[in-house]
Write a protein of this length. Structure first.
Length: 186
């Protein structure tokens, strides 16, 4: 009887190990193993990881917008960072190759930066600028065509929606710090 229990325990342990390996994030594992770029945790707030990307926002630069010389608490200005795993990098490069776009610098692609303007009142996120980044976080390519996303169009489980909602929750909890940082810019 004891032997049966030991065997069952062994199978359960093996099953749990297999599940943990199957559901771990390759993007996060790459960073933990030192394969990905080092993201300074005193600057960037990690929010989430998917199978291919890690999502961060720059909590040192995040602030409110200034409108007519006054702080507009309805609008957040947020630089964000996403780091990629090898498969995501290959996908970005393949799409550029397919579209016959320049591959200069893409041999060192590590992720992307988006510069967001989140308007609570309008319920929108505007990506004002998108930069592809190399492993030193230097810009490889910049895209300045604004993209507007309605928060209500993103489901509760949508990866981007979860990211934006986490930023808004952070802002709510750190209103005083954001206000002070914004006042410095007045």
């Amino acid at each position: 009887m004891k032997l049966k229990k030991l065997r069952m325990f062994g199978w359960m342990a093996a099953g749990l190990l297999a599940c943990s390996l199957a559901f771990s994030s390759p993007a996060l594992a790459a960073e933990e193993d030192g394969e990905g770029p080092d993201v300074p945790s005193h600057i960037y707030q990690w929010v989430q990881s998917t199978a291919r990307q890690n999502y961060y926002f720059n909590r040192q630069q995040m602030c409110y917008a200034i409108k007519n010389g006054k702080i507009d608490r309805n609008v957040l200005i947020v630089p964000t960072l996403r780091t990629y795993d090898d498969i995501q990098i290959e996908d970005v490069v393949a799409k550029r190759r397919w579209n016959m776009e320049s591959l200069d610098g893409y041999d060192r692609l590590a992720g992307a930066a988006d510069y967001l303007r989140i308007d609570r009142k309008a319920g929108t996120v505007t990506i004002e600028r998108h930069d592809d980044l190399d492993d030193d976080f230097a810009t490889i390519r910049e895209e300045s065509e604004p993209v507007v996303i309605k928060l209500e169009d993103l489901s509760e489980k949508d990866v981007e929606g979860c990211f934006y909602r986490a930023i808004l929750k952070y802002a709510d909890k750190h209103d005083k710090a954001l206000t002070a940082r914004t006042e410095e810019k007045l």
